[in-house]
Design a protein around this ligand. Structure first.
Ligand code: SAH
Ligand code: MG
Length: 207
């Protein structure tokens, strides 16, 4: 895979069409910056088994599929049926259906029953639930696996609490508690990147 290939991917007319569809339909998708970090991590870590929590229309899933090896598998969870069926179409459009395993339902009801260990877990779901999702994901992570979380700065509000509207206050304080959990964590080390809407990358301290 040379540079030319990467460029072709980002400028793929079908990918651009999905980005536009997401925008027009107010579906949040990972930013290009985040997509490029994920791409780099995928190339470096070469995960065999990937878990994605929050498929939406499969945009981030496409990046996972494109930058993981042929033998890799992606398990992706989504509780919105319409979004999930759009995601399936998008994945088929790119002919990645053989490496993507879609699961419909609530992550809290699915994750505890997953029997395999994942090398790469991407959490991009309900923003008020990250602490619980992370604790659940920890149990399913392989020894040298990573957990990546998107939108952890929640539109900048996690840092500027005074601007937070009442209905979002719970989400913001939950997210703060999540970041405190990561900061003081004995078992995981975490980097927080102020890009996109905030991204964390966590891995085990004692390998
Ligand atoms: N990862 C996608 C965007 C996901 S948006 C991308 O970057 O392309 C977040 C999605 O998570 C929404 O579609 C929402 O329906 C889903 N979601 C939120 N909480 C969930 C839960 N508890 N279980 C399953 N899906 C959830
Ligand atoms: Mg996101």
């Amino acid at each position: 895979m040379g540079d030319q290939f990467f460029k072709l991917w980002e400028e793929d007319i079908k990918l651009l069409e999905i980005e536009k569809w997401a925008k027009d339909n107010h579906i949040p998708i990972i930013s290009k910056e985040i997509a490029n970090i994920l791409k780099t991590l995928l190339i470096v870590k070469n995960p065999k088994l990937i878990l994605e929590v929050g498929t939406a229309i499969g945009y981030s899933t496409l990046w996972f599929a494109n930058y993981s090896s042929e033998q890799s598998e992606i398990v992706t969870l989504e509780r919105d049926q319409n979004r999930l069926s759009k995601a399936k179409k998008n994945i088929e459009w790119f002919n990645f259906q053989d490496k993507v395993n879609f699961k419909y339902g609530d992550a809290f009801e699915i994750i505890p029953y997953l029997r395999r260990e994942f090398d790469f877990i991407f959490i991009d779901a309900a923003k008020g639930q990250y602490l619980n999702l992370f604790k659940m994901a920890e149990k399913k992570l392989s020894k040298d696996g990573v957990i990546i979380c998107d939108n952890v700065l929640y539109k900048g509000l996690v840092r500027n609490k005074k601007d937070v509207k009442h209905k979002m206050r719970t989400i913001v304080s939950n997210m703060q508690n999540f970041l405190i959990y990561l900061k003081d964590n004995k078992y995981f080390k975490t980097d927080l990147f102020n890009i996109g809407d905030g991204l964390t990358i966590s891995s085990r301290r004692n390998l």
